[in-house]
Design a protein around this ligand. Structure first.
Ligand code: SF4
Length: 287
């Protein structure tokens, strides 16, 4: 049996090294095949391009190794098996990402909540539907943006993430950012903004301007869950997303390397439009 396993594994690894794009076995695609192999106790071949298997990286990979993973599928495979911090023991599903891997806009939230933990998708439920409407109001269908969280696993009871959890998980988000290489990042909520910008400033101070993170323009706005509790923040959020729109359209100047004081988002002349947007965005909210 061991000889058969080794032969199969060797064969599949050989296919992978030759750059075969998919279809290792007569039925099913690459992901399905990997899942079948894992269920059968065969382990997984190298999906990372690093000459090592995803399971080893998921267990004990260094920050540098995760940052060197060559493609999004390999990165996802490592994240979905990850035990690099204590949150793996309480999660239901790893919440890796949703949306387009070649997106112009990369949206980052804090961490999965209960719905995300159950479905494996970021920003679902009422807050997720509101996010979809907000993005669409700025001309970004959800399927066209890339959505992820700083943490890929849910902190129990939605408590705040701990520093060691952020440290362990941040290479995944950093590599996602490098692979997507968006035109602009949008940080949703105080925690995501403070974590990415390495500061403790309030959202009120951080909004309405373009920051710089890892060389990418970054715009801060309210988390959709906060908008559900405070509908009055919808209009400022819409303004923030209009700033994102202008950056994508090349109508906004480049930010400087200094975090903070860069460009104020124009506030005048928008309120009438924003009032209509309040109706558009909130009018269809379910629940
Ligand atoms: S939160 Fe991140 S580092 Fe921790 S187990 Fe989940 S994927 Fe791994």
């Amino acid at each position: 049996m061991t000889g058969t396993r080794d032969s199969l594994r060797s064969y599949l690894e050989g296919r992978e090294n030759l750059g075969e794009p998919e279809m290792f076995l007569p039925s099913g695609g690459r992901r399905e095949t990997l899942e079948k192999m894992q269920r059968a106790g065969l382990g997984a071949p190298d999906t990372t391009g690093l000459g090592t298997d995803a399971e080893r990286l998921a267990r004990s990979g260094t920050r540098e190794e995760i940052l060197a993973i060559q493609d999004m599928e390999g990165l996802r495979a490592v994240a979905e098996a990850c035990t690099r911090c204590g949150l793996h023991s309480t999660r239901t599903k790893v919440v890796f990402s949703d949306g387009a891997a070649d997106a112009s806009v990369l949206c980052v939230g804090e961490a999965p909540g209960a719905n995300e933990d159950r479905t494996g998708l970021p920003f679902v439920g009422r807050a997720g539907k509101l996010l979809d409407r907000l993005l669409l109001s700025a001309g970004f269908p959800r399927a066209d943006v890339f959505i992820c969280n700083v943490l890929k696993c849910r902190p129990p009871g939605n408590r705040n993430p701990l520093p060691d959890e952020i440290e362990a998980c941040s290479p995944f988000m950093l590599r996602q950012l490098e692979l997507v290489s968006p035109t602009v990042i949008v940080a949703f909520g105080t925690f995501a903004a403070q974590t990415l910008l390495g500061c403790r400033d309030s959202l009120r101070h951080l909004r309405g301007r373009t920051h710089l993170y890892q060389g990418y323009p970054l715009v801060v706005t309210y988390h959709p869950a906060a908008l559900l509790r405070n509908p009055g923040w919808t209009r400022p959020t819409w303004r923030d997303l209009q700033l994102v729109r202008r950056i994508v359209d090349g109508e906004q100047g480049q930010p400087t390397a200094r975090m903070g004081a860069v460009e104020a988002a124009p506030e005048s002349g928008m309120d009438d439009d924003a009032g209509a947007q309040d109706q558009l965005i909130l009018g269809g909210r379910d629940g």
